[in-house]
Design a protein around this ligand. Sequence first.
Ligand code: GLP
Length: 253
Amino acid sequence: MTRFIIARDYEDMSEKAAMLFLKQINKKDNSLLGLATGSSPIGIYRNLIKWHKEGLLDFSAVKTVSLDEYVGLLVSDPQSYRHFMDENLFNHINIKMENTHIPNGLAANLETEVAEYEKRIEMLGGIDMQLLGIGRNAHIGFNEPSDSFATDTHIVKLTQDTREANARFFNSPNEVPTKALTMGIGTIMRAKKIVLVSYGVNKADALYKSFFENTNPRVPGSILQYHADVTVVADRAAMGRIIDEGMDINCSI
Ligand code: GLP
């Protein structure tokens, strides 16, 4: 089932989504959280850091698994997702670094790495709450539009659209890696709860197609219609097409 929370703006979206994570951690202090990168989750992490500093959140028992990582970037590279997660969250809270898991895009054997990552998630007890952003082409993690849904963590060739969208973070478009490691659709769907955040008009089609058209691997986000517990937190612009087309949504503001 999908529940929609319409936010006023980016700040409101970030606070509302962060609140869901606060509740999750307060309910289960050793939760396994699935985390995401991109510009959408940054505000959530800012709120979590703030609440931690105010003494409202304790991450000492929390464990995390990240959705994805580029292949071939050094951990020290500002564009690596390990660097992103350290800078935007982990360095500012009391999480134990050994409890933060990210696929290793520098592993000598990437096939072994993805298989082991999948096993690790299972051994950690499965994901309690997974945070997702969504790409313009409705990719989730780095699960790009394809002919079939990839189930487990795997190596993926990035589409031109995704590389162009992510070029804004790099000095030049050529520097955007061509491959990444990503949790699969199955990995994501096995999470007990999913929180998807999205803002801005350029996500309006991706959101609409994901939740109001037939499920299709060409629209990876559309698989989420089959998950039992999804909360979409999005601003008015990202919800624009869904609202304009008068879709019947289970919604709160
Ligand atoms: C990247 C990430 C995705 C993310 C997407 C959207 O491609 N791999 O997990 O959802 O970007 O990013 P943004 O939130 O910046 O639009």
